[in-house]
Design a protein around this ligand. Structure first.
Ligand code: BGC
Length: 536
């Protein structure tokens, strides 16, 4: 796929714990993933992104790493990893792995040394600060998972910073030794043959060394948020200017290798997100920035247009990665269930996402139109789920096992799955949709195949002014153009189109007559067209 294989690529996110179990312990593993990679290749993805499989106490399901260069026995061994990479490459799939270097587990030997004494070898590898005279934390920074971002340690009689769980202490990237160590971890996996990295919390690496208080973030409805973290403008606890130089150091490292890529997860206020994504993907830094902007409840022309068109206006040289679902948010087939039947919304969402200018990330199960599992309190495993129940149930609901067939556990495991496989999710299994015309699975396969050779991969976008709930744009390359039109509602819509005599591409509920396109509820069309084609 050449040097810029990642530009316009479709990446399939695998959550290893829930993809395929091979030893019946109820937890997915590397051998299981290897066994199922042909499903991803058949779907038509270009690459996989593996969520963390490194040694971890699993306080945050692997996003709390205790050994960055070894595989957790739950998932297998380094040899199993090598086998997976080789199989993926045989299938023409690139392999991107998660890198969680902003914080480690508190069980990592580095932290054990850092907390032991103020003059230990790793004393300055984490972010330590004295209590205020009254014993309270050094400032008002909050944790994403609730409470203060500071935890008291009796050994050093100081606070340490954790943007997430107290068991996820933040590494101090102001320390050059930490930066050099982080680069050495990336080099270890590059030498092992991975094709790139998904950089967890990429804008959290640096904090303000003056520890200035964050200010308030005005809430949209002036009500307290479920999670007070949302009420703070995190100006000083993340997205610091020093980060830009470190991102450039990472890029210099990757450019030593052939055809490698980095996508950084940019989690910040929507007010800031586009500017951060622009900064992070220009001037020799990251290849791509993973956007949070389409992971929420908004489902409208104005929202989608403002983010996609807005990105390229802000960052003409940058490159986004768009996703509708992942292991952290309610599945979009459920988020947008009020806009139509689950299957119709899932097919519409597939056509939408795969038409946007940028690279695309699909989350395991979305190709089935998978819905959010309704989790009971006694089934919870995710810390923020316990913390904020019932208004926020945590992330277990989007992490339940992939379902391959209609047997009791969906063919995921012969044991008891770590999260339940419930009837609504089981009904959407791969085998039940295999070969079924119009199924969500066959729709994803058809769209991915059609997209590969079309202007949808890297063509530039021209949006048209059409009324809600319509969305219309054209994608252009020198080789050809594609007109994309969507009805984001459960009512039929009509829209005048110019420069079209027939529809030539995949569609769902679209008819063209005498210059007027009619779209059925949740209808959409991708059609090859001339560069003069327009809508509205
Ligand atoms: C990951 C989450 C994780 C958090 C802390 C996020 O980017 O996607 O699953 O809990 O970082 O590592």
């Amino acid at each position: 796929m050449g040097g810029d294989w990642w530009r316009g690529a479709v990446v399939y996110q695998i959550y290893p714990r829930s993809f395929q179990d091979s030893d019946d312990d109820g937890i997915g593993d590397l051998k299981g993933i290897t066994h199922r990679l042909d499903h991803v290749a058949r779907l038509g993805a270009d690459a996989i992104w593996l969520s963390p499989v490194f040694r971890s106490p699993m306080a945050d399901m692997g996003y709390d790493v205790s050994d960055y260069c070894d595989i957790d026995p739950l998932f297998g061994t380094l040899e199993d990893f090598d086998t997976l990479v080789a199989r993926a490459h045989d299938l023409g799939l690139k392999v991107i792995i998660d890198q969680v270097i902003s914080h480690s587990s508190d069980q990592h030997p580095f932290f054990a040394d850092s907390r032991r004494a103020r003059d230990s070898a790793k004393a300055d590898w984490y972010v330590w600060a004295d209590a205020k005279p009254d014993g309270s934390p050094p400032n008002n920074w909050l944790s994403v998972f609730g409470g203060s971002a500071w935890e008291w340690d009796t050994r050093r009689r100081q606070y340490y910073l954790h943007n997430f769980l107290p068991s996820q202490p933040d590494l101090n990237f102001h320390n050059p030794e930490v930066q050099d160590w982080a680069l050495s971890v990336l080099r270890f996996w590059l030498d092992r043959g991975v094709d790139g990295f998904r950089l967890d919390t990429v804008n959290y690496y640096f904090h303000d060394p003056k520890l200035r208080d964050n200010g308030p973030e005005p809430t949209e409805d002036n009500l307290p948020a479920v999670n007070p973290y949302e009420m703070q403008d995190h100006e000083y606890s993340k997205t610091r200017p020093e980060n830009l130089d470190f991102l450039a150091r990472m890029r210099v490292l990757l450019d030593e290798y052939d055809n490698r890529t980095m996508v950084g997860e940019v989690g910040d206020n929507p007010r800031r997100a586009l500017k951060i994504m622009e900064e992070y993907t220009s001037d020799g830094r990251l290849h791509m920035a993973y956007s949070f902007d389409l992971l929420g409840p908004k489902f409208s022309q104005s929202h989608f247009r403002s983010r996609v068109e807005g990105f390229f206006k802000a960052a003409p040289e940058g490159w986004p990665m768009w996703a509708f679902s992942n292991h952290d948010v309610i599945r979009h087939a459920t988020r947008w269930e009020n806009y139509g039947s689950t299957d119709a919304v899932a097919r519409l969402a597939a056509a939408l996402l795969l038409s946007f200018e940028g690279s695309i990330c699909l989350y395991q199960g979305e190709e089935l139109g998978q819905t959010e599992t309704d989790i009971e309190f006694h089934e919870l495993t995710d810390p923020p789920g316990f913390k904020f129940w019932p208004d926020y149930k945590g992330r277990d609901g989007c992490r339940t096992p992939m379902v391959w067939d209609g047997t009791a556990q969906g063919g995921f495991t012969g044991g008891t799955p770590w999260l339940p496989v419930k009837a609504p999710q089981l009904a959407r299994n791969v085998m039940a949709q295999e070969g079924v015309a119009g199924s969500v699975l066959e729709t994803y396969r058809a769209l991915l195949a059609w997209r590969q050779g079309s202007a949808l991969r890297v063509g530039r976008s021209t949006f048209f002014d059409v009324p809600e709930p319509l969305l219309a744009f054209r994608r252009d390359t020198a080789e050809g153009s594609v007109l994309c039109l969507f009805n984001l509602s459960d009512k039929a819509q009509e829209v005048p189109v110019a420069g079209l005599t027939a529809l030539d591409g995949p569609q769902d509920g679209a008819t063209l007559a005498a210059g007027t396109l009619t779209l059925a509820p949740c209808g959409w069309v991708w059609t090859r067209c001339g560069a003069e084609a327009a809508a509205g």
